[in-house]
Design a binder for this molecule. Structure first.
Ligand SMILES: NC(=O)c1ccc[n+]([C@@H]2O[C@H](COP(=O)([O-])OP(=O)(O)OC[C@H]3O[C@@H](n4cnc5c(N)ncnc54)[C@H](O)[C@@H]3O)[C@@H](O)[C@H]2O)c1
Length: 339
């Protein structure tokens, strides 16, 4: 029983579908923000349900999406394993709920496009947790690049090495995850580059995927744990891309997104191998100005922003049309036929 989309004089009532690691992190961010009411939780694991309920004691506990949709909610936050995202998002949208979905929105372009079509048809607000856009570092970098502050961007260098890799088995099953480090980490990198540059067309993609040191054939039965790719954009800009799980990286994580232009450079880089702390530097020749630095509580900002827009009565936002464009690039990195 969804409520009609409308300007809300009260806090939106939200249901959470999946409260594993990231679901609980986003639930806590929303609860702390006070912007929404955490009204219901659907989670099959008793342990995860208990931990989530500790964060939202007033929330009704239900077993599955079908029961969640019986609750009087404005929106549903999806944080289940990746293979479930597209179907669950489309079901919730078709029943009139706004949706905030974890990345990836779908395992490929076809799935991501189908969700967009469902959101457009239902005219409901759809958000995806492209959380790195909301770091202070990227919030400083993106407007400078888009306003021409570093001149003509000739190159983008994207890196995300997670020296641990996921600790849950479903991430390593291509059916359940849609792929390895590319869809897990690379989705953020490709999104950051295209979003910062205004979503130009990607005209050429070359890639190399590996698992345990071995180059992978087309349509492999295992997921990749290391990927290198070069994307050529219609503007002539060349994007270099590297990501991995369990790389001998010498630190927990190596994360960076650097934009090099004719008049300067801008880069987000992680601090001392941290997954969470970033600096942004504005480079001019050999000089470097720090334009963003820790501490920055960025992780829950995307979901809080979506909830705020929901409270303001927003419906389908055409900016969501961008999400499948990232999925299309990932398909090309995987060498999949893009429909
Ligand atoms: N935006 C980001 O930066 C970011 C970061 C981490 C993870 N993620 C994404 O979030 C998703 C979840 O990742 P995670 O690490 O939290 O995984 P997880 O395995 O810890 O959590 C998934 C949860 O979903 C529950 N679940 C499974 N089937 C369900 C169903 N049918 N209905 C309701 N709940 C169900 C599981 O019991 C589990 O608690 C993944 O798609 C991942 O890619 C995004």
């Amino acid at each position: 029983m969804s409520l009609p989309a409308r300007p809300s004089a009260r806090r939106p009532r939200l249901g959470f579908l999946g409260t594993g690691w990231i679901g609980r992190n986003r639930l806590k961010a929303l609860a702390d923000s006070g912007i929404a009411e955490i009204a219901a939780i659907a989670e099959p694991s008793p342990e995860c349900l208990r931990e989530a309920s500790d964060l939202a004691p007033e929330a009704t506990q239900v077993g599955a999406l079908e029961e969640l949709m019986q609750e009087p909610l404005d929106g549903i936050v999806i944080a289940t394993p990746s293979a479930l995202h597209a179907d669950q998002a489309m079901t919730a949208l078709a029943h009139g709920f706004a949706v905030f979905c974890q990345k990836p929105l779908g395992r490929d372009f076809a799935e991501a496009s189908a969700v967009i079509q469902a959101a457009r048809t239902a005219d409901r607000l759809l958000g995806v947790d492209l959380s790195y856009r909301y770091t202070d570092a990227m919030r400083r970098i993106q407007p400078i690049v888009s306003q021409g502050g570093i001149g003509r961007v000739q190159a983008v260098d994207l890196v995300f090495h997670n020296a641990y890799g996921p600790d849950k088995s479903w991430f390593y099953d291509p059916e359940q995850s849609g792929g390895g480090c590319v869809i897990d980490l690379g989705v953020h990198l490709v999104d950051l580059a295209l979003w910062t540059l205004g979503f130009p067309e990607v005209v050429k993609v070359e890639s190399h995927l590996f698992a345990k040191g071995e180059p992978l054939p087309a349509n492999p039965s295992v997921v990749e744990d290391f990927a290198l790719a070069t994307l050529t954009l219609e503007t002539g800009t060349v994007v270099r891309f590297a990501c991995s799980w369990r790389l001998h990286a010498g630190q927990d994580a190596v994360i960076s997104a650097a934009f090099y232009g004719s008049e300067g450079g801008l880069a987000l880089t992680n601090v001392d191998g941290s997954f969470y702390d970033f600096v942004a530097g504005h480079y001019r020749g050999t000089s470097r100005e720090t334009i963003a630095a820790p501490s920055d509580d960025w992780q829950g900002r995307a979901v809080v922003d979506w909830a705020r827009r929901l409270a303001e009565g927003h419906r389908y936002d055409p900016q969501a049309d961008q999400y499948p464009q990232v999925a299309r690039v990932l398909d090309r990195i995987y060498g999949r036929r893009v429909r």
